[in-house]
Unconditional design. Structure first.
Length: 263
């Protein structure tokens, strides 16, 4: 008796920014030196599916207009039957941007990605209320998320709901720059995406030891170090109209056969 396929997909293409590229989840043996939730999802989807192919076109720092212009058609050219898109986060965190305008661009992108009837996975933004750095834009993120839910319903997309994923509302899930998930965070998101796709998997929730409580003085010292190493360079790039993704290309530009990484 032939064993049933674990899921219906054979070609997965991920598009977006640093979140999908896998920044914060370093793995020197992999292309671009990063792993991330998308690689982790592809590793699981490849199990039991001969010839499963995966491409990742995401590039750090990209705004939604750049993702639409640079990655949508490139993704469609690869003939995927599963596409993930996470975009707009870099727009939303910028002062003066309108989440409704950003959502309109996402609507156009989804309409184009649905051309060949591929399954589309969209991401809401994280509930940033836990973060002193980004708490001030929580309402803006919520507005964008409501627009995204409406777009998903309109185009029959799957929603990977980061907003309700309370596990990532924890500093232990984030890298030192406080902007990107660390390996534990990416692993947690991968489990959530596979659950949204209704794909059985053997990924286990990780339970790290609690971070020791810090004193007020230690916390403020950490803030100073963070501001010097991450915030100031980010502000300088904004002033100079530069991006962390300048001169960076997609880490997996072709939909190639993919298998689970060795431990």
């Amino acid at each position: 008796m032939l064993q049933a396929r674990p899921h219906p997909w054979s070609r997965f293409v991920a598009i977006g920014d640093s979140f999908t590229e896998g920044i914060g989840d370093p793995e020197p043996s992999l292309p671009d030196g990063h792993r991330g939730w998308a690689d982790r999802v592809a590793e699981v989807l490849a199990q039991g599916v001969d010839g499963f192919a995966y491409a990742n076109l995401a590039v750090r720092g990209r705004l939604i207009a750049q993702i639409v212009n640079e990655q949508v058609d490139a993704a469609l050219d690869l003939k995927p039957d599963l596409i993930s898109i996470s975009a707009g986060g870099n727009d939303v965190i910028r002062p003066g941007t309108d989440p409704d305008v950003t959502a309109a661009r996402m609507d156009d992108a989804i309409a184009r990605l649905r051309r060949d009837r591929a399954t589309i996975v969209m991401f809401t933004g994280v509930d940033v209320g836990f973060s002193p750095v980004f708490r001030g834009i929580r309402g803006k993120v919520a507005i964008y998320n409501e627009n995204l839910r409406a777009i998903a319903a309109k185009h029959d997309c799957i929603v990977a709901d980061l907003w309700s994923l309370s596990a990532v509302q924890d500093s232990r899930m984030w890298s030192p720059d406080r902007l990107h998930l660390n390996p534990l965070g990416h692993h947690t998101v991968a489990r959530m995406v596979l659950d949204a796709l209704a794909v059985d998997n053997d990924l286990e929730p990780l339970k790290p030891e609690p971070v020791p409580a810090s004193t007020w003085r230690q916390a403020r010292a950490s803030d100073i170090v963070w501001a010097r190493e991450y915030l100031v360079p980010w502000v300088v790039r904004r002033i100079r109209h530069q991006s962390s993704g300048d001169f960076i290309t997609a880490k997996r530009p072709l939909a190639e056969r993919y298998t689970r990484s060795e431990p």
